[in-house]
Design a protein around this ligand. Structure first.
Ligand code: PAF
Length: 310
């Protein structure tokens, strides 16, 4: 059923998952899987017209507990939960992992249905991007430091696809994980600057028991790499403690680099202490500060951060 995409408009109008939900919030209707952009828009507009709040969780699939926590929260706060699964080609650089990015569509749909997700939107790349697509959404400034420095064009791809998804789904609320902290801030800025009128809900990073931040890319790690991977978060936690004790941005950047240099498998790309809102370098001591890092373990690029609030 889940692979049966692009269901007709008539079917969707008749049976979008037994809305409204009963008091328990449960529904035994099948989850709708939609690939068609117009059908998707019609479905959500119909629900919104009935006064139902639409919550949206955009994903690239390969779902893990981090994504599922967003879906749970979305369900708790909205009448209709829409999850998109779209591996967005425009946010991958030429030497990045677009072709090998994990694709687990059937398992993703099973997990979403078990959680009570109402609609999975899984558009095709050729429908999202016309051959002569030439319009981009660019957030200046916030996209320059951190990952932006090392992944040219990445955030342009993210903001463009998220803007397109927002225009199709028109949610009331959209849920983003703090693991991709810069992405979260960039999306918040885009929504504010372009008056999308959507509430962006930041959600805490979900971690493995040993502290490793959950990520679809963790699937690439060898057993040896997986064993040392938690050192990234451990170094960031130490740095956060130091900031709370009054350390400066420069000091904690140096501290994280030193900690990671003790694990030869890590190749550090950046460690930056920044202001939580402006993402400007933290040239002060103590909170507020976000300490963010990206490091390779073999060919796998891990990112993580800690937020130290004042
Ligand atoms: O965080 C992600 O999975 C992606 O960047 C997003 C927001 C779904 C856009 O493709």
């Amino acid at each position: 059923m889940w692979a049966q995409l692009s269901r007709g408009l008539t079917v969707l109008q008749e049976s979008p998952k037994g809305f409204p939900k009963d008091e328990s919030g449960e529904s035994d209707e099948a989850m709708v899987v939609e690939a068609d952009l117009r059908n998707m828009s019609v479905l959500v507009r119909e629900e919104a017209r009935k006064g139902r709040a639409v919550g949206f969780v955009p994903t690239m699939g390969a779902l893990h507990e981090g994504h599922l926590s967003l879906v749970r929260r979305c369900r708790a706060e909205n009448d209709l939960t829409v999850v998109s699964i779209f591996v967005n080609p425009t946010q991958f650089g030429p030497n990045e992992d677009l072709d090998t990015y994990p694709r687990t569509f059937e398992a993703d749909c099973a997990a979403l249905e078990a959680l009570g997700c109402d609609v999975v939107f899984a558009p095709r790349a050729q429908d999202m991007y016309a051959a002569d697509h030439s319009t981009w959404v660019i957030v200046e400034g916030l996209t320059e430091p951190l990952c932006g420095r090392y992944r040219p064009g990445h955030f342009r791809g993210v903001t463009t696809v998220v803007a397109k998804l927002f225009n199709i789904v028109r949610p009331d609320r959209a849920y983003f994980g703090q693991k991709d902290y810069q992405q979260l801030k960039v999306i918040e800025r885009m929504v504010r600057d372009l008056n999308f009128g959507i509430e962006i809900v930041p959600c805490p990073t979900v971690r493995e028991p040993d502290g490793l931040a959950m990520s679809s890319r963790n699937a690439y790690l060898s057993a040896e790499e997986r064993a040392v991977a938690p050192a990234l978060y451990a170094a960031l936690v130490k740095a956060a403690e130091a900031v709370r004790a009054g350390a400066s941005g420069d000091e904690v950047e140096e501290m994280v680099r030193r900690e990671l240099s003790a694990v030869p498998a890590f190749e550090v790309q950046y460690v930056e202490a920044v202001h939580p809102e402006t993402l400007e370098p933290a040239r002060w001591a103590g909170p507020p500060m976000v300490i963010a890092a990206a490091a390779f373990l073999g060919r796998t690029r891990l990112i993580d951060n800690v937020i130290v609030e004042s």
